[in-house]
Design a protein around this ligand. Structure first.
Ligand code: ATP
Ligand code: MG
Length: 426
């Protein structure tokens, strides 16, 4: 019996991996422009960390976590909690009062696998800890927008405010009152959520619930003066940065730790409307996890969803794997010379491929095309005797002599400058 990967867990084959790397490089490059620094974290954490931060009555904690029950450990379903754990554990606020951190890596949720939804998926996660100003919210959102723009991905931005421990509890009460009155029209999940996590009802995708929710009281009408001012300032700051958005008063997000600003970058190009990225403010989280009383805001983007959207972009040149040169050695003696030359090229930073099987020129040229080599250097016994190889441009099929005299380092240096000339026409 063949062993296959488990459902919802996917191999990223080289043709896809190169695109992922491109996305990751764009992310690193964009994030670093905003002063973000990379942090790398363990995959496994104490279950308690996620229960206390994400919240007991959330889908993630109730249904989606991969937990080793006997060991009390969980495969991380998201990155924010782990970043906060590390932040507190290492007292990072002492080092810098405002920490800007990002991480890229796999997350695990036991969900129903479908397009853009996996059980092991990957997030680009960015957090700014220690700053409460609304301009920070706008800056972080602008950073996410900048990354998506750089990648050529079209999304719409929705924002909302979830208030704070002052204004949310009275709103919740009001909401529960309303939901109890209309409970007959709610789905089973939402009838239960009315008492465990009423805000989640606002986010239910069931038709009946959606209709009921349309008339539900809105948190935006109940914000305390501070939260209202913050939301207003965030909107003004976004306007100032010319970031367009719309307000979605039903957006609640699936994690309990959010306060005030929440946002989602949405697309309709993945089937049903889906979030490519989402985030929000979590001003009480760090203290709740036993750390200092510090605010924070962050977002996470799904790498798989970004990659899917990029595949749909026709006009965008997707990065492909390429070799600078393929060395075709024909015969025993040429092979000895070519092996040394190949090594010298690699030492000089050139992507070089060689075939040791002694196959025909035709077969080797075919292989050169398969590995997407820009050039092939052909060296047979005659070429070796004359110290003159043939350099073939694989795209134009043009062939020119190449001087093979000197040591392999000298040959390599000549070849390198030749290749460089053809890449930088300046
Ligand atoms: P969704 O509503 O699609 O389940 P979510 O609100 O659970 O998303 P977050 O926890 O906010 O998602 O995670 C941020 C981003 O991570 C999402 O916008 C999405 O791009 C990505 N993501 C979340 N869950 C998955 C998954 N199971 N597979 C692939 N990507 C995911
Ligand atoms: Mg989810």
């Amino acid at each position: 019996m063949k062993i296959q990967a488990i459902n919802g867990f996917k191999d990223i084959l080289p043709e896809t991996a190169i695109r992922w790397r491109y996305i990751e490089e764009c992310a690193r490059n964009t994030f670093e422009r905003f002063g973000m620094r990379e942090i790398r974290l363990p995959i496994l954490e104490k279950t308690e960390l996620f229960v206390r931060s994400i919240g007991e009555a959330t889908d993630v904690v109730e249904k989606e976590m991969y937990t080793f029950v006997d060991k009390g450990l969980t495969m991380r379903p998201e990155a924010t909690a782990s970043i906060m754990r590390a932040f507190i554990e290492h007292g990072l606020h002492v080092q810098r009062p405002v920490q800007r951190l990002f991480t890229i890596g796999p997350m695990f949720r036991h969900e129903r696998p479908q397009k853009g939804r996996l059980r092991q998926f990957h997030q680009l996660d960015a957090e700014i800890i220690g700053a409460v100003e609304p301009q920070i919210d706008a800056e972080l959102i602008a950073m996410g927008q900048m990354l998506l723009d750089t990648l050529g991905i079209q999304t719409s931005l929705e924002i909302n405010s979830l208030g704070c421990p002052v204004c949310r509890p009275p709103f919740k009460e009001q909401l529960v009152n309303y939901l109890e009155k209309v409970s007959d029209s709610l789905c089973d999940d939402c009838r239960r959520r009315t008492h465990t996590n009423p805000l989640r009802v606002l986010d239910c995708k069931q038709k009946g619930c959606k209709a009921v929710v349309a008339d539900a009281p809105s948190l935006l009408d109940c914000l305390c003066p501070d939260c209202e001012q913050h939301f207003l300032d965030v909107r003004q700051a976004l306007d100032g940065l010319e970031i367009s958005y719309s307000i979605n008063r039903f957006m609640v997000r699936g994690l309990d730790y959010y306060t005030r600003t929440t946002f989602e970058f949405l697309t309709t190009d993945l089937g049903a409307q889906a979030a490519v990225g989402a985030g929000g403010r979590y001003d009480g989280l760090i203290e709740q996890l036993g750390g200092p009383k510090l605010p924070g805001i962050g977002f996470a983007m799904g790498l798989e969803r970004i990659a899917l959207l990029m595949e749909q972009l026709q006009e965008k040149e997707l990065p492909v794997e390429q070799m600078d040169i393929f060395i075709a050695a024909l015969g025993q003696e040429p092979l000895t010379t070519c092996a040394k030359l190949t090594h010298a090229l690699r030492l000089q930073g050139i992507k070089a491929a060689i075939d040791y099987s002694g196959r025909s020129l035709k077969a080797q040229l075919k292989q050169a095309s398969r590995v997407n080599a820009r050039y092939t250097l052909i060296v047979g016994d005659d070429e070796l005797a004359k110290q003159q190889a043939i350099l073939r441009n694989m795209a134009s099929q043009e062939q020119n002599p190449f001087d093979l005299s000197g040591s392999s380092a000298q040959q390599s240096e000549r070849l390198r400058s030749l290749l460089k000339e053809t890449t930088d026409p300046a």
